[in-house]
Design a protein around this ligand. Structure first.
Ligand code: PEP
Ligand code: MN
Length: 343
């Protein structure tokens, strides 16, 4: 159950309510920076009778009340002048890793020319081997930020660890939590206290409801700006890097009000299948995409097999232009389509 307190609730009224809950051993969590209390039990009548500071009580049956559709119908996450989860289809694209100035500026200029509003790029990379390229660190973050500024793009980049929070808060518009960190609960807790959108990727072994419980960690900290990202799950098929779970998109939308985007790059691991799965995700109701692109895919320092060239990404955008009207979405440009003037 979620209790919403009146806006003029005094600290003393709150203290009386929590003292009552404690006395009756009613477990509860106060959502930081907001007027919400989350209780596992549904004894609203008794509470609302006793405490006039309670504005409303919402019954939820899910273990993730704040992420649940029972609590809210739709969340729209604002990123500057952009909104994720509205009618605009949010395309985020960029290299797996920021590699150098020339590369990231080329990507930023290209995205700007197509009307794509977000640039992604890892500065701190999670790599399976410690000997692989692990990103440029702060230097990469600053390059990404400057390239984005030059071309009026929003920055989406991964937070690998909490000690990087201050840096990321300064240089990123959206904090990406990677698949490997989806259940880093202490990090999720801290991100819940920040005023910055969080892109929460699905853990590669995570069930849909575990993913929503991870989102609940952020929401229960008081940060409502959460976007989910399906990026494929591990399976028995060694020919696939991951298996893109298209079915989870409508499933999560049946359970939650949070926007869901899809990452067909990590979801397939192979550039030749990225566009097909991007279309499938859009058709399944995704609110956007995150796609890896590179000026010279074969020279990429990480994930080169799955990176699309600019020409290949143009084809993806062209197909999106054709598909989006059928799912009541549009490109976030004035004309409502991605700009493909050079095709
Ligand atoms: C990435 O987006 O570059 C990345 C590392 O993704 P994931 O966490 O999904 O593996
Ligand atoms: Mn990658």
């Amino acid at each position: 159950m979620i209790l919403t307190l009146k806006s003029d609730t005094t600290p003393q009224q709150l203290q009386e309510l929590t003292a009552y809950l404690n006395k009756h051993h009613i477990q509860h969590i106060q959502v930081e920076l907001s007027r919400l209390l989350v209780l596992p039990k549904n004894n609203a009548a008794e509470l609302t009778e006793h405490f006039t500071c309670i504005e409303s009580a919402t019954h939820t049956t899910q273990s993730f009340p704040l992420a649940s559709l029972e609590w809210k119908t739709r969340t729209q996450v604002a990123v500057g002048n952009q909104v994720i989860g509205a009618d605009d289809f949010s395309v985020i694209a960029g290299p797996c890793s920021v590699e150098n100035e020339e590369q990231i500026y080329a990507v930023a200029e290209y995205l700007h020319s197509r009307g794509v509003p977000y640039i992604r790029g890892g500065a701190y990379k999670p790599r399976t081997s410690p000997y692989s390229f692990r990103g440029l660190g702060k230097k990469g973050l600053i390059l990404l930020h400057n390239a984005a500024k030059t071309y009026n793009l929003k920055v989406v980049t991964e937070i690998m660890d909490l000690h990087l929070l201050d840096e990321l808060m300064e240089y990123a518009d959206v904090l990406q939590v990677g698949s490997r960190n989806m259940q880093n609960f202490y990090m999720l807790n801290e991100l819940g206290k920040q005023n910055k959108p969080v892109l929460l990727k699905r853990g590669m072994h995570a069930k849909a409801k575990e993913w929503l419980l991870a989102a609940e960690y952020i929401l229960s900290g008081g940060n409502e700006q959460v976007v989910l990202c399906e990026r494929g799950i591990r399976s028995f098929d060694s020919d696939m890097r991951n298996v893109m779970d298209i079915g989870v998109i409508p499933f999560v939308k049946q359970l939650s009000h949070l926007p869901v985007i899809a990452d067909p790059s990590h979801g397939t691991g192979d550039a030749s299948r990225v566009t097909a799965m991007a279309m499938a995700a859009a058709a399944a109701g995704a609110d956007g995409l995150m796609v890896e692109i590179h000026p010279l895919p074969q020279q990429a320092l990480s994930d080169k097999q799955q990176a699309l060239s600019f020409d290949e990404f143009d084809i993806l955008l062209e197909r999106l232009n054709a598909l989006l009207p059928a799912v009541n979405k549009k490109a976030p440009t004035q004309s409502g389509v991605f700009k493909l003037q050079t095709l």
